[in-house]
Design a protein around this ligand. Sequence first.
Ligand SMILES: [Zn+2]
Length: 410
Amino acid sequence: MPDPFAIRSARGFDPATGKVLDDLAIVVEGPRIAAILPAGAVPGGMAVHDCGDATLLPGLIDCHVHLAIETDDYQMDYLKRSAAHNALASLRNARRAAAQGFTTLRVAGDADRSGAWLDVARAIERGDFWGPRLVGAAHYISPTGGGGDLNHCPAEHCLRGDGLIADGVDGIRKAVRSECKAGSDWIKVLLSGAYMSQGDDPRRTLYSDDELHALVDEARRWGRPVMVHAHGADAIKRALRAGARSIEHGTLLDAEAIDLFLETGASLVPTLAIGAYYLDAHADSRAQAAMVATTRETLAHQHHWLSKAIEAGVDVVVGSDLGGYADASGVREFDELVARGMSAADAIAAGTHRAARMLGLADDIGSLAVGQVADIIACRGRPDEDIADLKRVAATWCRGRRVTDADPLA
Ligand SMILES: [Zn+2]
């Protein structure tokens, strides 16, 4: 184990308490925070990383990524790629996210039948490679014709979808068991159609209540929380009533859905960054023309109701739906949440402490406190006051190891 060292800075912000600590030193021993001291109290002889006037924060958490989706035409790319390709791409893309400040990522299934990211997660966990903590679902479970199927390819070619296709109560139960066998921490299901896959309608609810309830029941017996992809209000409400732990996207929220979030305590992961990414820089994408058009149609509704959900106290957490695109960062999601009414400090909590709580990992990550894993970032400026400063990450430590010393992709 490397020697203990200290990270000193002018201030630290703990999103769990909302407190700002001035002129502090965080003592790191192995992978954890051993002490938080006044800067002058660091034991003599201990190595000190001096971050000057930066603000120290716990590492960021992106609760919705796809590390193997790297282009707009991802379903065609999926057919061209091997498991080995996806593993290497996932490692590179996870490291890129770490250099941007993300020390934990929840994978929401991927365009990859092999579940390659799980092997990457295990290799990082063993210490074979450095990288952020990866949790999540091996696959998105999808009905035939749903968002995880290849709807633009004739069935006679017998191609397997990028998702895990499952139909009927028995098929669903088997899919959940196979996800658990693969090592998924979460069960991800595409309850409604999706924006980015071809040939399905995001407004429709695609699984029956019988199928949905069987999925949640099976997941519960295996001790796995369920993350439900749901765009339409009907799908959102059915998922919340069935026992979803998180709703992904939740685009067409309404007042009844907000009440159900508050009643159930489920979290909402609105994934605004992906829509913003396409509208800003890739609105001319041919592969995503339908997604861009639907986003334009639904954006005003989503923004209006998301602001109401935030105001009402729904547990809205950070998830970008990015992860593979080389020209994008999940940090965009924080800007989007602030634009919808969150304070900068609350947006940081949404992507650290509250995200950790949703993941069931709050004892280990998401706050600046003694005993936590030493996932720490140093940002220039005051991101707790001006969220734009969250893009100014000067250093990242994953489990006590500084990862921006060298080329983040090395
Ligand atoms: Zn997604």
